[in-house]
Design a protein around this ligand. Structure first.
Ligand SMILES: Cc1cc2nc3c(=O)[nH]c(=O)nc-3n(C[C@H](O)[C@H](O)[C@H](O)COP(=O)(O)O)c2cc1C
Ligand SMILES: CC(C)CC(=O)C(=O)O
Length: 349
C-alpha cells in the first residue's frame, strides 16, 4: 500500500528505464520552474475555519457542462505507453472509474478513438491539440477528436518551439521505442504514414480564430500565464483558460503556475484551471481558493501508471480525492463554493 503521490514517484522510478523516468520527471534548462511549481504551493499556507458543522463534503463540480466528481482532472501528457503497455487505454479506464476528465494528448501512443472506446460511456474525454502549420491537418485532428466524442478542445499555446530538455539530450531520447507511435498522427502524410508533430513558432491569435471557427466544442487555451493574454483569449471566443507552464518543460524560470492563477482568474469571467506541482489535496484547496475551478495533474498520473498500470492511476486519483476531502473537512468547507480566498496566506520561506 502506498500513501502518497511521492511514494508513487519513487516506485515508478524503480520500475522505469532511466530515459523514460527522466523524460517524465524532467523539465527545461536548469529545471528552476519544475521545482518552483511545487515549492510555490509550500509557500502558501492555509488559514482554516473551525466549527462549521459540515459532517459531509461534496467535491463535485462542473466544467463546461461536464459534471466531475472532484476538482482534479488529468492534464494531457504524451506517450503513456512509455509507462505501461496499455498506455492511454489504462489511463482512460481509471479516469472513467474516478468520474473525472481525461485530457488526451495529441501525442498519445493510443489513438483518440481507441482511448474513447477504452474509457466507455462514463469517460469525459477532452482532446489537447498543438495547432499545426497546415490548417487542414489541424482540422483533421479536431474532426477525429469530435468523432471520438470529445467534449472540449484544449489548445496548448506555450510551445512555439520545443523546450531544451537536457536529460533527454543526455539520454539520447529523441524517438519513441520501436512499435510505439503518435497514433493520432497516423494517415496524415502523403504515403499514409505517421506525421511528426510540429511546434509552430509563428502561432498567433489568427490561428485561434480559425480553430474557434472550426468547431462547436468549447475551447480551453492551455499555457496562459499573463492576465492580459487571458483577457484577449476571451475576446477571441475561448471558453476557458488553463494556467500552466507545461510542468516547467518549456520556458524555464517562468513563474510557478499557482502564482499566476489569481490574477488570471480576476481578469476573466470564464472557468480557469491550473496545473503544475499539484501533489496533495491541500494543493487542490489552495488552487480553488485562488480562483481556479479545478486543477490538473500531469506527472502523478504517469507515476501511478508506471507503478501499477490502471490500478496505480486509480490509486493516485483516490489518494488525491481523499486528501482533498480531508482538507475540505479541516478548512470547514462543505463544497467547492465554500473554498474562499481568505483560506490562503503567503509566507516567505
Ligand atoms: C511527460 C509529460 C508529457 C507532457 N505532454 C504534454 C502534451 O503532450 N501536451 C500538453 O499540452 N502538455 C503536456 N505536458 C504538460 C502537462 O499537461 C502539464 O501541464 C504538466 O505536467 C503539469 O505539471 P505536473 O506534471 O507537475 O502536474 C506534459 C507533461 C509531462 C510531464
Ligand atoms: C510530444 C511532446 C511535445 C509532448 C510534450 O508536450 C512534452 O513532452 O512536454
Amino acid at each position: 500500500m502506498l500513501f502518497s503521490v511521492r511514494e508513487f514517484e519513487a516506485l515508478a522510478r524503480d520500475r522505469l528505464p532511466r530515459y523514460a523516468y527522466d523524460f517524465i520527471a524532467g523539465g527545461a534548462d536548469d529545471e528552476v520552474t519544475v521545482r518552483a511549481n511545487e515549492r510555490a504551493f509550500a509557500r502558501l499556507r492555509l488559514l482554516p475555519r473551525v466549527l462549521r458543522g459540515h459532517a459531509q463534503r461534496d467535491l463535485c463540480t462542473t466544467l463546461f457542462g461536464n459534471e466531475v466528481t472532484m476538482p482534479v482532472v488529468l492534464s494531457p501528457t504524451a506517450f503513456h505507453r512509455l509507462a505501461d503497455p496499455q498506455g492511454e487505454q489504462a489511463t482512460a479506464r481509471a479516469a472513467a472509474k474516478a468520474g473525472t476528465v481525461m485530457i488526451a494528448s495529441m501525442a498519445s501512443t493510443v489513438s483518440i478513438g481507441d482511448i474513447a472506446k477504452a474509457g466507455g460511456a462514463d469517460l469525459v474525454l477532452w482532446f489537447q491539440a498543438y495547432i499545426q502549420s497546415d490548417i487542414g491537418i489541424t482540422r483533421t485532428l479536431i474532426r477525429r477528436a469530435e468523432d471520438a466524442g470529445c467534449r472540449a478542445l484544449v489548445v496548448t499555446v506555450d510551445s512555439p518551439v520545443f523546450g531544451w530538455r537536457e536529460r533527454d539530450n543526455r539520454n539520447g531520447f529523441h524517438d519513441l521505442p520501436p512499435g510505439m507511435h503518435c497514433e493520432n498522427m497516423r494517415d496524415l502524410t502523403a504515403d499514409g504514414g505517421v506525421r511528426d508533430i510540429e511546434m509552430v513558432p509563428g502561432l498567433s491569435w489568427d490561428h485561434i480564430d480559425r480553430v474557434v471557427a472550426m468547431t462547436d466544442l468549447p475551447i480551453v487555451l492551455k499555457g496562459v500565464l499573463h492576465p492580459a493574454d487571458a483577457l484577449t483569449a476571451v475576446e477571441h471566443g475561448v471558453s476557458g483558460l488553463f494556467v500552466s507552464n507545461h510542468g516547467g518543460r518549456q520556458l524555464d524560470t517562468v513563474v510557478a503556475a499557482i502564482d499566476a492563477v489569481a490574477d488570471v482568474a480576476a481578469a476573466v469571467d470564464v472557468p480557469v484551471l491550473v496545473d503544475g506541482g499539484v501533489r496533495r489535496g491541500t494543493d487542490v484547496v489552495k488552487a480553488l481558493a485562488l480562483g481556479a475551478r479545478a486543477v490538473g495533474i500531469g506527472r502523478p498520473v504517469l507515476w501511478g501508471l508506471a507503478a501499477r498500470g490502471e490500478e496505480g492511476v486509480t490509486e493516485v486519483l483516490e489518494l488525491l480525492r481523499a486528501e482533498t476531502d480531508r482538507a475540505f473537512a479541516f478548512c470547514g468547507c462543505a463544497s467547492v463554493d465554500h473554498v474562499a480566498r481568505d483560506l490562503v496566506r503567503e509566507v516567505r520561506c
